[in-house]
Design a protein around this ligand. Structure first.
Ligand code: SAM
Length: 277
């Protein structure tokens, strides 16, 4: 496969393909970026990789080369001919033409044998957060996620308590994963050129997460705590046992007038375990 912008455009023209903004279609045309993503992913022949949005198959090609198997979800059926042609040399790739957000991933992967499950993708930016939330809420148990995302969203994933970007998603993510930035990406490596800057982030599953009596309750408590970001915990958690909430907060040098954005994962875990019936 040829990765130069000119060659990519020529190839897409040959198939009469035009980019759809509504699907967040910005294709990578820089082989170095793809090679770095592959190298950092540490994929091997025992890895099953899920790619969301293969586009023309530029990243998929190299995933297929290194992985045991690759499953891709692509919403745009107009890409089928292009993908079929660009991946014709591989028999370890399955493309599922559907909206990833509506897919049943656990069912799609159930017949595969593999040692580790990775998600590697240049994500469609209009649904980055819903995709990550789905990976967590569907209990897919992904060992590693390496994704290219809009810079602002990537910063939110890595946010620490007290920072403007810290929210319920940063807590869910950081509960399961160590999150780190791999690299900044220039707008010039895509066609068409996006309006926003990008970064590649890596999530590695934590070996020992803090132990929770009920994951569901923990997630609900966090969602409720951040329900209205400007409001205090007293306000957002008024349907909970506030005496118990206060006890945990005071033990951690916080109080009912604190806001969720100042509360660490450890304190939320302690609170959830103390409050759950
Ligand atoms: N992987 C390709 C690359 O890096 O050149 C394309 C990345 S492009 C940013 C995002 C891709 O996701 C597009 O191919 C788009 O059609 C696809 N896509 C958008 N929404 C989707 C959805 N809900 N489910 C699956 N794929 C989707």
């Amino acid at each position: 496969m040829n990765y130069s912008p000119k060659k990519m455009q020529e190839m897409l023209n040959k198939y009469n393909f035009s980019f759809k903004k509504k699907f967040g279609q910005n294709f990578i045309v820089d082989e170095n970026v793809i090679n770095t993503i592959i190298k950092k992913s540490n994929i091997d022949k025992e890895t099953l990789v899920i790619e969301i949005g293969p586009g023309s198959g530029a990243l998929t090609n190299k995933l297929a080369l290194h992985a045991k198997s690759v499953i891709c979800y692509e919403i745009d059926i107009k890409l089928k001919e292009i993908i079929d042609n660009n991946l014709k040399n591989y028999n370890n790739v399955k493309i599922i033409y559907e909206d990833f957000l509506k897919s049943n991933v656990l069912n799609d992967i159930k017949d595969y044998k593999y040692k580790q499950l990775y998600v590697v993708a240049n994500l469609p930016y209009y649904i980055t957060t819903p995709i990550i939330v789905k990976l967590i809420e569907d209990n897919i148990d992904v060992d590693k996620i390496v994704v290219m995302v809009q810079k602002e969203v990537g910063d939110r994933f890595r946010a620490k308590p007290g920072s403007r970007d810290y929210n319920s998603l940063s807590i869910f993510l950081n509960y399961y994963y160590d999150v780190k930035k791999i690299m900044d990406i220039s707008k010039n490596v895509f066609i068409p050129k996006p309006n926003v800057d990008s970064i590649v982030v890596e999530f590695n599953k934590k070996k020992n997460n803090l132990s929770l009596k009920s994951k569901e309750f923990f997630f609900k408590l966090i969602k409720d705590s951040f329900r209205q970001k400007r409001k205090t915990i007293r306000n957002n958690l008024r349907e909970y046992d506030l005496d118990k909430v206060e006890k945990i907060l005071l033990q951690n040098n916080l109080n009912l007038s604190s806001r969720a954005e100042h509360i660490s994962i450890e304190v939320f875990v302690e609170m959830a375990n103390y409050l759950v019936k």
